[in-house]
Design a protein around this ligand. Structure first.
Ligand code: SF4
Length: 660
């Protein structure tokens, strides 16, 4: 076994036992990481029915064949589970730091956690030794304290931990690694909490065996050099310079140019005259150092310190998504407040994006008279009330007072308040959107709406649409219109989104980061550069594993994982309606300051969008209802998925309706 470790570790918290399983039968077809997790979850559980908090639900952590090697950015860890946040129920999340490599150093490709411990517990995995230990002394503690206790107890280990929010099953609770890297979205922390699992402590002493170490190291160094070369290409070089100096806050103004940055709960978009420090200026003023995940030359991470008498804070990041969610979306322009909120979320174990979305929705409901301060225990949630957000965050994490309702997330709270309130929740499939206005770009609109886990860019945001290099638009979407953010060209947009969705599965399956491998401007100056990226994938995997994968085979592996996600959400009741634009995108235009495109941004044209969706379904090999067809599933070697869809009556019913 080269590249991968050959073993899956299964831990059953109900029985208090563990077993090991051979991972080899899965690897050629699924690579590892995300692909491996998906097929395991599908086979192990009743994915059509289980609730996120059932003991039968699993949470699976894994790396991939390039994880923990010299390959640049090989420090990622993938988690897959049935999720409590999106009503589609699909949950996957990816985190950096060093925990992914440590899973491999302990000898495993994946760790599968099932069952529920009777008492609060944490699990230690040290090579072959696995222990379930009581966590009564840690339960209720914040993440910073928990992390330092466990790292004193187990020096040199890596951890995956939850805070009070996870313990209390807040639907947007996250999981934190040793630093402040987060499995941020979908509610992974709540799934761990439902299992009474405070955390995992992992330490390994083995290395990753590489098939051809000399060639692999030489290639790794060459790739690293090119990633860091500011003159490799204009877009590639600019991406490196911006990410290494500022991390994601560096993109705030850049993406605002097209109107994509949401402001005031998606009531405005683009540039915000008051954002002041909520851009890369924040790093200049408060940043203290740049940092990196395992083996990554890009060091897009940072840390900050605010020495302020009233709002002192320290922490990792922040990310654009955090400053946008807690700042722009809530009209809170004071950076030191936003950084304090970030520190609080990172200690309580709350997703900053959904926390910001929750507050932004409360502020709009408050403005429109749908709620008053009684709803929020006397806190008046007017726009920009950062102090109010500070008051509510601990209540949410502990589900105390109004926090018990708010812990359900904006979609469920909006639903409870009624249709008028729900209109102002900018979500897809029940998960609030990340920092993008889907009215601004049609390909991105499609990608957000069909994303199995709900509104999120990391499922396959079409980078070629954002950079708009004509030759790349042709190369990835087949038509020049693929690169025009306002175009509704059905085939161009459908091909483009499918391309990036399949591509984005691969870094997550290999154990590497998406930033240098498809998600940002790296390799996006020309088709030749993009093909070079694919060649590196193929060569890297060949030298690491000894297995030759062609680009086409890799695309199929990506598609396989994506089709499993779709099959699961369809089994759980997702239909075409759930792939349509949300209310605000369909019914309201959006004013804003941005130099590119119309102002205000018009609503999404439903008829034209429907044609894009039809074409997307067709290219995916799905029925007009969005159900994967037996033919396409069998072509991908996924006959067992088709059988399950058929057994549940989903496949036959959909194919019949389409024929009519
Ligand atoms: S690009 Fe950033 S997030 Fe990705 S591995 Fe490197 S440091 Fe981590």
């Amino acid at each position: 076994m080269f590249g991968n470790m050959g073993v899956i570790l299964r831990i059953d918290l109900t029985k208090g036992s563990f077993t090991r399983e051979d991972s080899a039968p899965y690897l050629k077809q699924y690579l590892g990481g995300r692909g491996l997790n998906h097929i395991l979850l599908f086979r192990d559980t009743d994915v059509a029915r289980i609730d996120a908090f059932d003991p039968e639900n699993e949470i699976i952590f894994s790396s991939g064949p390039l994880g923990g090697t010299t390959w640049p950015s090989s420090g990622r860890c993938q988690a897959t589970f049935i999720a409590p946040l999106a009503y589609s129920g699909w949950g996957d999340s990816n985190v950096g730091g060093s925990v992914g490599p440590e899973i491999k150093f302990a000898g495993y490709d994946a760790i599968v956690i099932s069952g529920r411990s009777e008492r609060p517990a944490y699990v230690t995995v040290q090579d072959e030794s696995v222990d379930i230990k009581p966590a009564d002394d840690l339960w209720g503690k914040g993440l910073t304290a928990t992390s330092s206790i466990l790292h004193r107890r187990y020096p040199g280990s890596q951890t995956l931990l939850i805070g009070p929010a996870g313990e209390n099953r807040v639907r947007f609770a996250n999981v934190r690694t040793h630093r402040t890297d987060m499995l941020g979205r979908c509610g992974a922390g709540a799934v761990m909490g439902s299992k009474n699992l405070k955390g995992l402590v992992i330490k390994g002493s083995t290395g990753v065996r590489i098939f051809d170490p000399d060639k692999f190291l030489k290639l790794s160094l060459q790739v690293q050099k090119e990633l860091m070369d500011p003159n490799f290409g204009l877009i590639h070089g600019m991406t490196y310079k911006m990410l290494s100096a500022y991390g994601t806050p560096g993109i705030t103004r850049l993406i605002g140019q097209t109107g994509m940055t949401p402001i005031q709960n998606w009531n405005q978009c683009g540039w915000w005259s008051e954002d002041g420090e909520l851009t890369q200026d924040l790093i200049d003023r408060w940043g203290i150092k740049r940092d990196s995940c395992f083996g990554c030359p890009i060091h897009c991470h940072g840390s900050y310190r605010v020495d302020d008498a009233r709002y002192p804070s320290v922490g990792g990041g922040p990310e654009y998504e955090t400053t946008n969610a807690l700042g722009h979306k809530c009209l809170e322009h004071r950076a030191k407040i936003v950084l304090k909120l970030n520190e609080m979320c990172n200690d309580l174990g709350l997703d900053t994006v959904e926390s910001g979305n929750m507050f932004a929705a409360l502020m709009e409901w408050h403005e429109k008279g749908i709620i008053d301060e009684k709803f929020t225990d006397g806190v008046s949630m007017g726009w920009g009330n950062g102090e109010g957000m500070m008051e509510l965050l601990p209540k949410i994490a502990t589900r105390s007072g109004c926090g018990d309702v708010l812990a359900e997330g904006p979609y469920r709270v909006g639903k409870k308040l009624g249709n008028e309130a729900l209109k102002y929740v900018f979500h897809y499939k029940g998960m609030g959107a990340t920092g993008v206005d889907t009215r601004a770009t049609i390909g991105t609109m499609l990608q957000f709406a069909v994303s199995p886990r709900g509104a999120h860019h990391l499922t396959g945001i079409p980078t070629a649409e954002w950079v708009n290099v004509p030759a790349l638009a042709l190369h990835t979407g087949g038509f020049l219109e693929a690169g025009d953010i306002r175009s509704y060209h059905p085939e161009a947009k459908a091909r483009l989104v499918k391309y990036y969705e399949n591509l984005f599965e691969l870094p997550d399956s290999m154990g590497t980061c998406k930033f240098p491998w498809g998600h940002t401007g790296f390799w996006h100056d020309s088709p030749e550069d993009l093909e070079k990226m694919w060649d590196y994938f193929c060569e890297g995997l060949l030298y690491a594993t000894g297995i030759h994968y062609s680009k086409e085979e890799l695309m199929e592996i990506g598609e396989r994982a994506y089709q499993i996600e779709r099959a699961v959400i369809v089994l759980r009741g997702i239909t075409r309606n759930d792939d349509m634009p949300n209310w605000r995108s369909l019914h309201e235009s959006c004013p804003g300051e941005h130099p590119v495109g119309p102002n205000p941004l018009p609503p999404i044209d439903k008829k034209k969008y429907s044609k894009v969706l039809d074409k997307y379904y067709e290219l995916r090999g799905w029925t007009r209802e969005g159900v994967p067809t037996r033919r396409r599933l069998q072509e991908l070697g996924l006959g067992e998925i088709a059988d399950r869809l058929e057994r549940e009556g989903v496949l036959a019913a959909s194919e019949e309706r389409t024929a009519l």
